[in-house]
Design a protein around this ligand. Structure first.
Ligand code: R5P
Length: 311
C-alpha cells in the first residue's frame, strides 16, 4: 500500500504515516505559473493500493482540484485501487436544493471524485450521514465522537451538572450519541438562519440553569452558531459553555468571536490544517484524529472491518 498527500493537510498526513509506520510516497503537487495544478508521483505505484490524503478545506476549489488531478495521475500510473481519504469533505453543506435554480454541489463533487477514478472514499463526520449515498463507490464515514468523548472525560469531570447541547436541530442525533456515551443530559438549541452565514437562537429545549454545557457539532465556520448558542445558554443560567467540533473551518471572524466571546474553550480535531492565528489562540485546542484515520486505512488495506472504530 502507498500513502500520498496533497498540500491541504500535510501535518495530518505525516501523523497518519507515522501512525502506520510508513513513509509518504514521494510526489509533487505544484502550480504552473498560471496556477494550474500539476502532480507527479515519483515512485512506482503500479498494482498498489493507494490512499490519497487530502481535505477539501480552504482553499476548497484548489484542494479539490489537487485531489482530482492526483487521482488521475494514479489511474494513469496503473494503481490497483485508489482511496480518496478526505478527513474533511468540503461542499457537504450544499446537500440539497435550497431554492429554485440552485445546485446540489455535494453530489457534483462526489461525482467528480468518482469520475476522476477513486475506487472508494474514507471521510469523517460528513455534515449529514446520507451524503455517503451521493458516492456510487464504497464510502466509510468515520466519526470523531469516540476521540472527542475521551477528551471530554479527561478534561470535564463527569457530574450531574454536565450537559451536552446540540447547537441546532440538525445535529441532535450526533449530540445524543455523545450524551449517551457520557451518560449526560441533552439540550437542543432551536436555531434559525435568517440568511446564509447568519444564525439566530429562537429557543432552548431543556433546562440549562446551573449546568456546565458542552456544545457539540460537526463544523465551526464563522463561529456565529457557537457564539450565539453560548450567549443564549449563559443567559439562561449555564455556569460555563465549551464546544467540541469535528471540523474547524474557522473562516472570517471566527477566531475573534471565540477569543472575545463567552466560550470557555473550543476543541477541534486536526481534520483541517490551521494557520498560526488558530494555533496560537489560547482558547482553541486540537485533538488528533491521525490514529483514527490511520487505523481505518490499515483496516481497509487489510480488508478488515472498520466497524470497531465506531465503538
Ligand atoms: C450547520 O448545520 C453546521 O452543523 C454548523 O452548525 C454550521 O456550519 C456552523 O456555521 P457557523 O460557524 O458559520 O455558524
Amino acid at each position: 500500500m502507498k500513502l500520498l498527500a496533497g498540500n491541504s493537510n500535510r501535518t495530518l498526513a505525516q501523523a497518519i504515516a507515522a501512525h502506520l509506520d510508513m513513509p509518504l510516497t514521494k510526489a509533487q503537487v505544484k502550480r504552473f505559473a498560471d496556477n494550474e495544478v500539476f502532480a507527479v508521483v515519483e515512485e512506482n505505484v503500479r498494482g498498489e493500493d493507494v490512499f490519497i490524503i487530502q481535505s477539501t478545506s480552504y482553499p476548497a476549489n484548489d484542494n479539490l482540484m489537487e485531489m482530482l488531478i492526483m487521482t488521475d495521475a494514479l489511474v494513469r500510473a496503473s494503481a490497483k485501487r485508489i482511496t480518496a481519504v478526505m478527513p474533511y469533505f468540503g461542499y457537504a453543506r450544499q446537500d440539497r436544493k435550497t431554492g429554485g435554480r440552485t445546485p446540489i454541489s455535494a453530489k457534483l463533487v462526489a461525482n467528480l471524485i468518482t469520475r476522476a477514478g477513486a475506487d472508494r472514499v474514507l471521510t469523517m463526520d460528513l455534515h449529514a450521514g446520507q451524503i455517503q449515498g451521493f458516492f456510487d463507490i464504497p464510502t466509510d464515514n468515520l466519526v470523531a465522537t469516540p476521540v472527542l468523548a475521551q477528551d471530554i472525560k479527561e478534561n470535564y469531570p463527569r457530574g450531574d451538572d454536565l450537559m451536552i447541547v446540540s447547537p441546532d436541530v440538525g445535529g441532535v442525533v450526533r449530540a445524543r450519541t455523545l450524551a449517551s456515551r457520557l451518560d449526560a443530559d441533552l439540550a437542543i438549541v432551536d436555531k434559525r438562519r435568517p440568511k446564509a452565514g447568519e444564525s439566530e437562537v429562537m429557543n432552548i429545549i431543556g433546562d440549562v440553569e446551573g449546568r456546565r454545557c458542552i456544545l457539540f457539532d460537526d463544523i465551526v465556520d464563522s463561529g456565529g452558531t457557537l457564539v450565539n448558542a453560548a450567549k443564549a445558554l449563559i443567559d439562561r443560567g449555564a455556569t460555563e459553555v465549551s464546544a467540541y467540533i469535528s471540523h474547524g473551518v474557522l473562516s472570517g471572524p471566527a477566531v475573534d468571536r471565540v477569543t472575545n466571546g463567552p466560550l470557555k474553550e473550543l476543541v477541534i480535531t486536526d481534520s483541517i490544517e490551521q494557520p498560526d492565528e488558530v494555533l496560537n489562540c489560547p482558547k482553541i485546542r486540537r485533538v488528533s484524529v491521525a490514529p483514527l484515520m490511520g487505523e481505518a486505512i490499515r483496516r481497509i488495506a487489510n480488508e478488515e472491518s472498520v466497524s470497531k472504530l465506531f465503538d
